[in-house]
Ligand binder design. Structure first.
Ligand code: NA7
Length: 539
C-alpha cells in the first residue's frame, strides 16, 4: 500500500535490465535525479530471469553483445566464449552497475504497481509494491521486450504434480534432471538451447514441438586472446561497422542477390556461412533472403538438407522439417540441437499431428496417448515486445490506460513515445528495431535520443512533450511499409503477436535497422517533428 509523501525525481526508470541501467547512467550524467525500480533481487532483467540450462547470447557474439559508449568498459572486460553464457552476461551487467556506481539509485525487489500522469503537474506518479510513491517529470519504461513470460492456458496445467518451470522465470536454486522423465514444451530459442543440455542429464526427455525450426550452429568456442586484442585495437572501426549494420553486429552485409551467382557459387557461399555459423548465416547471406520467396526457398532447402544429414530416424526427420520462410521467426543458434534427436533417451512429439489434449497430474496427454513425466519445462516464450508495457498499464491523459489505447494496435510514434502519454518514453518498444537489433547497442541509441529530447525541453523551459495522433498514424504506415517489403509479416511469429491468443495481429518491429536510427536523428533535427510541447506549469 502506498503511503506518505511522494519522493520526487526528474526521472523514474522502470526496469534494471540492460536498457534501464543505461538509461540511469545516461540521464544521471546529464544531471537528472533518477530512481530505478525493479522487482527482481538483482540487476540484469531478462538475463537474470532466463537462467535455464544452456541459456546463452544468441545474437552477435563476444565481444559485441555489450555497451559501446565507454571505451574503458570495452577495454577492461574479457569475454570467455564467443556466445557468452547467461551467467557471464549477468556478471558483465553486475560489473557495469558497480563500475558506474549505479546501485545507489536502484531499488530492487520493488515492483511498480501503477503509474499515472497528472496533467496539471506535468508529472508521473508511480506506486510500488514496497509502499513507496514517487513522482517524476519523466517516466522511462525499460520493462523489456522479452520479459512477460507466456504460460499457455492448457487444460489441467495447474494440476501437474511434478516440478514445473518456465524458461523465462527459471528458479534461483539448482534444478536437477538426473533420473527424471522430463517434458519440454516449445522449440524456440529457449527450448533449442536447453534441450541438448537437459537430454544429457535426464533419464528421458520428451520434446513437444508445435513449429519445427531452422536452427543455425552457434559454433560457440573460447574467444582467443588474439581476437580480444584485435577487437580492442580496432574498436572504433568495429563500433562504426556495428552502427551501420542492419542488426547492430560487426558483420559485413552481402550486397549480392542469389540470382547473380551460379548454383555452384551459391552452394559454396551457403557451405561457408554454415561452417562459420552464428547469425552471420543470415546477415552474410544473399541480400534478397528476406524479400525473395525463391531465394528464401533455396536457402531454406539448404538448411533442411543439413538437418537431414544429422538426424538418423526418417520419421523424426519428417517431424523436424521447418516449412515457414527462413528468418521470419526469431533466428535460433544451437549447440547440437538436431544431434540430440539421435539419442535413445529423447522422443519428439509433433503437436501439429498429435496435439496436447490436457495435462494430468503426472503426464502430458496428447491425441495419441499418455506421456508420463516427473518434470515439465515450459519453453513457451513471451508476450513479446508489447506484453510487459501492457502488464505495467500506465494511465495517461484523461486517465486513459495503455490497455485501452492499445486495444487494436500498439500505437506509438518512433517506437519511443505514445500520443496521450506525455513525458513517457519506452525503450525497445513496438516500432523499434528492438529484438531484431543488438539490444545493448539499440538501448544506447534510443536512450541517447530520449536524453536529447529531455534536454530540448529543459533548455526551453518546456514542461511536457507528447506525440501527435497524426504522427503516430504516419509512423504506423512507415513501420508497416518497411515490413511489407519483406517476408516477415507472413510468419506466425511473436514479432506479429501470433503466439498469444487474442493479441492484435501486426508486425511490430521496425526492420530498417540503421535507417530507424537515422529517422530518430531526422525528427530531432527538424525540431522534434510530430511532437507538441507544453510550457512548464509553475504550480
Ligand atoms: P519463443 O521463440 O516464443 O518460443 C516458444 C516456443 O513455444 C515455440 O516453439 C512455440 O511454438 C511454443 N509454444 C508456445 N505456446 C505453445 C502452446 N500453447 N503449445 C505448444 N507450443 C507452444 O520463445 P523463446 O523463449 O524460445 O525465445 C525467445 C527468445 O528469442 C529470447 O529468449 C531470445 O533468445 C530470442 P510456435 O513457434 O509458436 O508454434
Amino acid at each position: 500500500m502506498a503511503r506518505g509523501a511522494a519522493e520526487s525525481y526528474d526521472a523514474v526508470v522502470i526496469g534494471a535490465g540492460v536498457s534501464g541501467l543505461y538509461a540511469l547512467h545516461h540521464l544521471r550524467e546529464m544531471g537528472l535525479s533518477v530512481r530505478v525500480y525493479d522487482g527482481a533481487e538483482g540487476v540484469g532483467g531478462t538475463w537474470r530471469h532466463n537462467r535455464y540450462p544452456g541459456a546463452r547470447v544468441d545474437g552477435p557474439g563476444s565481444p559485441f553483445y555489450c555497451y559501446t559508449f565507454s571505451d574503458e568498459l570495452m577495454q577492461e572486460w574479457d569475454w570467455a566464449e564467443t556466445q557468452p553464457t547467461q551467467a557471464d552476461v549477468l556478471r558483465y551487467v553486475d560489473h557495469f552497475a558497480d563500475r558506474f556506481d549505479l546501485r545507489r539509485d536502484i531499488r530492487l525487489e520493488t515492483w511498480v504497481q501503477s503509474a499515472h500522469y497528472d496533467e496539471a503537474a506535468q508529472r508521473w506518479t508511480v506506486e510500488t509494491s514496497t509502499g513507496t510513491r514517487a513522482s517524476a517529470r519523466f517516466l522511462i519504461c525499460a520493462v523489456g521486450a522479452l520479459s512477460a513470460a507466456h504460460r499457455p492456458d492448457m487444460l489441467g496445467i495447474d494440476d501437474f504434480g511434478g516440478e514445473c518451470y518456465h524458461t523465462g522465470d527459471w528458479p534461483r536454486q539448482p534444478v536437477s534432471f538426473a533420473g527424471k522423465r522430463v517434458g519440454v514444451i516449445g522449440t524456440g530459442s529457449s527450448g533449442v538451447q536447453s534441450i541438448p543440455v537437459i537430454a544429457r542429464e535426464a533419464a528421458h526427455l520428451t520434446v513437444f514441438q508445435r513449429t519445427p525450426q531452422y536452427s543455425i550452429p552457434s559454433r560457440n568456442r573460447l574467444v582467443t586472446p588474439a581476437e580480444q586484442l584485435h577487437a580492442r585495437e580496432n574498436w572504433d572501426d568495429i563500433r562504426a561497422l556495428m552502427r551501420r549494420n542492419y542488426g547492430g553486429a560487426p558483420f559485413l552485409i552481402n550486397q549480392r542477390t542469389a540470382c547473380e551467382d551460379t548454383p555452384e557459387e551459391r552452394r559454396a557461399l551457403l557451405e561457408k556461412l554454415w561452417e562459420e555459423g552464428t547469425l552471420n548465416f543470415l546477415t552474410g547471406n544473399y541480400a534478397d533472403l528476406l524479400t525473395s520467396e525463391e531465394t528464401n526457398h533455396m536457402v531454406a532447402e539448404f538448411v533442411r538438407g543439413k538437418i537431414r544429414e544429422v538426424v538418423r530416424d526418417p520419421d523424426t526427420i519428417e517431424k523436424l522439417m521447418p516449412d515457414y520462410y527462413l528468418g521470419t521467426k526469431r533466428p535460433i543458434l544451437d549447440l547440437g540441437y538436431f544431434e540430440t534427436f539421435n539419442r535413445d533417451n529423447v522422443a519428439l512429439v509433433d503437436l501439429r499431428r498429435d496435439p496436447i489434449e490436457r495435462i494430468t497430474p503426472s503426464s502430458v496427454h496428447t491425441a495419441s496417448g499418455e506421456h508420463p513425466l516427473d518434470m515439465l519445462v515450459l519453453a513457451t516464450g513471451f508476450d513479446a515486445i508489447s506484453g510487459a508495457f501492457l502488464r505495467l498499464n500506465p494511465k495517461g491523459r484523461d486517465g486513459v490506460s495503455l490497455r485501452e489505447k492499445w486495444r487494436d494496435r500498439f500505437h506509438n510514434y518512433l517506437g519511443v513515445t505514445i500520443a496521450g502519454f506525455p513525458n513517457l518514453f519506452m525503450i525497445h518498444g513496438p516500432g523499434t528495431p528492438g529484438v531484431l537489433y543488438n539490444m545493448p547497442l539499440g538501448a544506447e541509441r534510443e536512450v541517447e535520443w530520449i536524453g536529447g529530447c529531455v534536454r530540448h525541453l529543459s533548455e526551453r523551459g518546456l514542461g511536457a512533450v507528447e506525440a501527435t495522433p497524426e504522427a503516430e498514424a504516419a509512423w504506423a504506415r512507415e513501420v508497416d511499409d518497411f515490413a511489407n517489403r519483406t517476408l516477415f509479416p507472413q510468419a506466425d511469429s511473436w514479432y506479429t503477436g501470433a503466439n498469444i491468443p487474442g493479441k492484435p495481429r501486426h508486425f511490430s518491429v521496425h526492420v530498417g535497422g540503421p535507417l530507424y536510427f537515422e529517422r530518430l536523428t531526422e525528427v530531432a533535427s527538424a525540431g522534434y517533428e510530430g511532437f507538441v510541447f507544453e510550457e512548464e506549469q509553475r504550480l
